[in-house]
Design a binder for this molecule. Structure first.
Ligand SMILES: Cc1cc2nc3c(=O)[nH]c(=O)nc-3n(C[C@H](O)[C@H](O)[C@H](O)COP(=O)(O)OP(=O)(O)OC[C@H]3O[C@@H](n4cnc5c(N)ncnc54)[C@H](O)[C@@H]3O)c2cc1C
Length: 637
């Protein structure tokens, strides 16, 4: 396997412009002769499918939900970044680019990040044109707020429902193409495999989740927009259906998996409250614009927050990071919260949280203004915890949230399997070892609206294709394998639930490959995961049959993939003997507990190649060169 990043030459500001000119075009009259499959209808998939449909390609779009509108993107709350500089506070394309490279702890590909910052401004225009109701200032200009890791206000938002409003915009565009006949939509259909013919991706194998029928779809190119795998940790802020299945099975067909251990544990979530909980809830990072984070100075202090005087509170982020304060980036804020709780300063019934307190901003701005900014988030918090955050501080703790790892892609967003493109959270993305808040929506929409539509055309224009249909032997073989896996799950007839195995894996990964990792823990996880996997196939019980809507069966397939994938995550974390961003190896830290990178040995993207069951995966390295920004120690002090 060879990793060719295909980054164009020239100064960073001109690369994308030049590249767009160099890309081959498909004649408008020829576009309808090309079939493109898009798997996923979240922000990345819906924007890609709608744009390709509008361009004239024949698109088929798949999702496992009953409607594209239910993709997990709908959960995004806080906002989307763009370098518009409406606030006149010093923002620019270069600053967004710089903040993102630094925020990712210098483990992302410079050229991609610059392009992302460049097109961020177009995304906002596109969404406004679709009617996305972004918050506005009194004078009519779009409003902004700040997110972690930035000292400017560049985050556009629609109250606490930005993802929902953006997805409605993308969905409208998609629905228009469905009505126009350029996009055929396949909801409740799960992709189980990629069909590779003559070394190129030529289709997918899917299972109809209502009837259980397994079938193939062929095309000239396949786009995966299947989101992230944070649910590998069992408890996460992701929707329950989020999974690794599509990307994992593509990996098994030859697509390299990049930086699988780069996961983001978000600092601002409601702490878990019991062993059998299945989901964690994010409280948007936007709350940290005004809310102040603190813990009691005395370990084990169980007094109610209102009884703890000012002098006995530790506003630890403001103390440790005076320039960024409560808006220190996610990886750093999470780690510090963990430290506080581990040292006995945790609050709440399980002493597993820290306070996010609005007492001071309410006194300064008034309750009405705080309600205007965060009303729906406050209401959500109260419904879940039964506590009113206008009167008592919220309790928060870090939770698995987002993954920077994903399938490796080149500058054109193509994986190592020709014809297989990957967009949105599913690719290894532009966020390096830590994503800044409000940058995932930007990346997903940037990939779908503005990058893929150009680059996929170049691929199609350069290829010669033999005619294939769904009776091709490769389709039949892949269908058989998918069917066999489903039958094996149904046939295990054990006595333990799928959830029990998922929980077991999640607890192990949160402990050994979560916010902090070390060699001994990772080695232990690598010993234990195969054992859990072996027991899973022996002892799992999947109720119901394969010929009906069966969510237990869907879950079982996804957990089976997590049980394979978890091992790759730990393998990746073990080989990276440095700390960077969300990957905190306890052995590699500065005396004051900050991540210690090793640029000499680890300034690379780790891309893993599947080498067959029972064989160790092969590690390939894409070296990262920094020309426009200089490698520096990341500091938010
Ligand atoms: C609670 C929460 C809040 C967030 N808030 C923000 C925010 O404010 N700002 C920000 O920038 N980011 C935010 N994020 C991150 C952001 O929402 C996601 O990274 C982004 O929406 C992912 O979009 P996507 O299109 O790549 O994937 P998704 O929206 O997850 O869509 C995946 C699609 O793939 C389909 N799919 C998956 N697997 C298969 C399969 N095997 N077969 C068929 N279809 C499949 C699904 O049906 C779905 O349509 C938040 C995340 C969470 C969890």
């Amino acid at each position: 396997m060879e990793l060719r990043a295909n980054v164009p030459d020239g100064p960073i500001e001109q690369k994308w412009e030049k590249h767009r000119f160099d890309l081959k075009l498909v004649n408008p009259a020829n576009k309808r002769k090309y079939d493109v499959i898009v798997v996923g209808s979240g922000l990345a998939g819906a924007s890609a499918a709608a744009t390709l449909g509008e361009l004239g390609y024949n698109v088929r779009c798949f999702c496992f939900q009953d409607s594209p509108r239910r993709a997990h993107s709908i959960a995004a709350q806080g906002g989307i970044n763009a370098a518009k500089n409406y606030q006149n506070d010093g923002d620019s394309v270069f600053r967004l680019f710089y903040d993102t490279v630094k925020g990712g702890d210098f483990r992302s590909r410079e050229a991609n990040v610059y392009r992302l910052a460049e097109i961020s401004v177009n995304i906002i225009d596109q969404c406004v044109a679709q009617g996305v109701p972004f918050a506005r200032e009194y004078g009519g200009l779009l409003a902004n707020r700040s997110f972690g890791g930035a000292q400017v206000s560049r985050t556009f938002y629609a109250r606490g429902q930005t993802g929902q409003q953006l997805l409605l915009g993308a969905y409208q565009a998609l629905a228009r193409q469905i009505a126009a006949g350029t996009v055929a939509m396949y909801p409740r259909t799960e992709m189980l495999d990629v069909v590779v013919i003559d070394g190129r991706a030529r289709g997918i194998v899917v299972r109809d989740l209502v009837t259980g029928k397994v079938s193939s779809h062929v095309a000239h190119a396949v786009v995966l927009a299947t989101g992230g795998y944070a649910n590998v940790y069992h408890l996460s802020t992701n929707a329950k259906g989020c999974n690794v299945t599509a990307t994992w099975r593509a990996y098994r067909r030859g697509a390299a998996f990049a930086n699988p251990c780069f996961t983001q544990i978000h600092p601002t979530c409601i702490p878990h409250s019991g062993e059998y909980q299945s989901k964690l809830t994010l409280m948007s990072e936007s709350l940290r614009n005004d809310g102040r984070i603190w813990v009691p100075k005395r370990a084990g202090d169980t007094r109610a927050p209102g009884e703890i005087p000012e002098g006995e509170r530790d506003y630890y982020l403001e103390r440790l990071y005076p320039s960024f304060g409560n808006l220190a980036p996610r990886d750093i804020s999470s780690r510090r919260a963990k430290e506080m709780v581990d040292a006995g300063h945790g609050v709440g019934p399980l002493q597993n949280g820290v306070y996010l307190d609005f007492r001071d901003p309410i006194a300064r701005l008034g309750r009405g203004e705080i309600a205007e900014r965060y009303g729906n988030l406050f209401e959500m918090y109260e419904r879940i915890t039964g506590e009113n955050p206008y009167d008592v501080p919220m309790r928060i703790y870090p939770a698995p949230h987002y993954v920077m790892g994903g399938l490796w892609v080149d500058y054109n967003l193509m994986s190592t399997v020709p014809g297989l493109f990957v967009v949105g959270e599913a690719n290894f993305s532009d966020h390096g070892a830590n994503r800044l808040g409000a940058s995932a929506l930007m990346q997903g929409l940037g990939d779908g609206y503005f990058v893929l539509p150009y680059t996929i055309g170049d691929y199609l224009a350069r290829q010669r294709f033999d005619a294939v249909d769904d009776r091709h032997a490769a389709c039949r073989d892949t269908e058989r394998e998918a069917d066999a896996k489903v039958n094996r799950l149904l046939g295990a007839k054990g006595s333990r639930t799928v959830d029990a195995f998922h929980r077991e894996l999640g607890v192990l990964l949160r402990e050994k490959c979560g916010m902090a990792r070390n060699a001994a823990g990772l080695e232990e996880a690598l010993r234990v995961i195969p054992e859990i996997r072996e027991r899973f196939w022996r002892e799992v019980r999947v109720t119901g049959s394969g010929a009906e809507l069966n969510q237990e069966l869907e879950k079982a397939g996804r957990v089976a993939d997590f049980l394979e994938f978890g091992e790759l995550m730990c393998e990746d974390a073990l080989q990276r003997e440095e700390s960077c961003g969300g990957h905190f190896r306890e052995e590699y830290q500065t005396p004051d507990g900050e991540a210690r990178r090793d640029d000499e040995r680890f300034a690379y993207v780790a891309a893993w190649e599947y080498a067959g069951d029972g064989n160790a995966p092969r590690l390939h390295k894409e070296p990262l060169a920094f020309e426009a920004v200089h490698l520096a120690t990341r500091s938010y002090k």
